[in-house]
Design a protein around this ligand. Sequence first.
Ligand SMILES: Cc1cc2nc3c(=O)[nH]c(=O)nc-3n(C[C@H](O)[C@H](O)[C@H](O)COP(=O)(O)OP(=O)(O)OC[C@H]3O[C@@H](n4cnc5c(N)ncnc54)[C@H](O)[C@@H]3O)c2cc1C
Length: 570
Amino acid sequence: MKIEEFDVIIVGAGLSGLRAGLELSSKWNTAIISKVYPVRSHSGAAQGGINAALGNLEVSKDDTPKGHAFDTVKGSDYLADQNVVMFMCEEAPKIVIEFESMGAPFSRLESGLIAQRPFGGAGFPRTCYAGDRTGHTLLHTLYEQCIRNNVAFFDEYFLIDLIKANEKIVGIITLDIPKGEFVIFRAPYVILATGGFGRIFKHSTNALINTGDGNGAAFRAGVPMQDCEFVQFHPTTLYGTNILITEGARGEGGLLYNTEGDRFMSKTAPKAMELAPRDIVARAIDIEVIEGRGFENAYVHLDVTHLGAEKIKERLPGIREISINFAGLDPIDELIPVQPGQHYSMGGIATKYKGDFGETDLSGLYVIGECSCLSVHGANRLGGNSLLETSVFGRAIGRNLLKKGLIQLPPLDEIKKAEVNALNVIENLLKQWENNSGKKPVEIRDAMGETMNRNVGVFRKQEELEKAYEDLKKLQKEFLNVHVRTTDLKFNYGVLRTLELRNMLDIAEVTAYAALWRKESRGAHYRWDYPKRDDGNFLSHSLVYRTKDGLELKKKDVILGIFEVKERVY
Ligand SMILES: Cc1cc2nc3c(=O)[nH]c(=O)nc-3n(C[C@H](O)[C@H](O)[C@H](O)COP(=O)(O)OP(=O)(O)OC[C@H]3O[C@@H](n4cnc5c(N)ncnc54)[C@H](O)[C@@H]3O)c2cc1C
């Protein structure tokens, strides 16, 4: 079997993996592994922008990192760790200027400064953007820089499992997708940057590759998942396909209407209106539909016609293209049908309480970006803060590790034993899958998506969450007998989808389990049966572990700070 050795292995070539790789490759032999070609990573789909208190507009000249941090903590329904938020917001202006100096072509104001637009839950217009293709722009910029720094890229390699010896990470086992060969990567540090896991839901704005592979691998290695009950449903996804219609559309002045022609946000958020945080707008839309003021009992209208053709073509070209191609309408003179759809995972792989940024309980393993839970978004993420998180913490983790220096790996014979074990596990699994006589992976995957959508959605209640949890336990059992027609490994997407399903089932189960435990409503987690926030019992993070008897949940303290915990009013 092929073995590659590096100082650090990064799994994931989205913004977070690339930013960490760029930093680390200045001194260390750095590998970035990705199951897709790097610039096809999901970061490239990000539309609206990246937040930084630059104060480039006259109206935002009083904006500060502290103001940004306050909005983030309030938006998180006070569940974000305030020290981490403060760091991110202070670094934000520096990271955006750094992108600019690397050549990222941001949209500009008349003054020549980077353009900024209003976004939900923000006190000032602070979202910097490149039209409505910000992620694409930043991803290509970082990829070019990584190539310049001689990062070793392993494209189309699939992470299967982590390898640990003596309670320390020593590497990973991967599949070289085109060759169909297993390859082991050995290193004292592994950084998981594998992105979100929105595809555990049937309807999502996420790419099909967002399957939580890093989360599954970490969970199997004993690392807990944190705050997975908090799932962001973006208020405006295109009715039918659930393709994202960026918050930037409302930031530019887009308005929401029900069947009665009312701007219904005036009832829920009279001040912020369409620019209230996403959890609030998503619920308001669903309420209109539930109470019979939605079109076709399913959606409301987003109106950008008053912005005019010129502004739409300049600032929202992607949204126009999506509307024309996928809904057959031109938003220059027609209304866009929108409904909430799964979009982002606030939770993810748990990081150490008061450890270094991204450090996990497994020595040498770091996590970053959407797969992780650095506790920066708490119970609800503000738009524009995720691109920021990926790059700020990508750089920070890189810098911290370089400072820390390389560490000794356990004795070689221990490592080799662990590698052989990892290989045996996967080879046995493949044999089993081929010999089994149960369901096809796609049947289990569809059932998982259905139950998640139906029972763990925008509004939740005990019976439905119990139903989801029971369904998922049943699907886990069915997965033990899943049948894969051939396990010949060359470009075998049947095997890859099954490996992904193995990860998704675990994370879906954790999500339903944590949502059952949290008997309160906070941020994106709304329960009909517990409609109030309950700080006395639940101002805590959830940590879910897999034990031999099933799942187990523990509480973890929220790191509070200068912002007092209050009711959220917008
Ligand atoms: C449609 C859309 C629009 C968005 N717009 C915005 C926005 O405007 N502003 C904002 O702040 N946020 C936005 N977000 C959120 C933001 O884009 C993401 O959270 C962020 O880009 C995630 O970056 P990442 O580096 O964590 O992961 P990703 O960019 O998803 O990258 C994950 C990487 O991991 C690799 N990988 C995964 N599994 C494996 C495996 N098994 N083996 C090997 N490699 C693997 C993938 O190949 C990929 O390279 C948006 C999200 C969506 C869905």
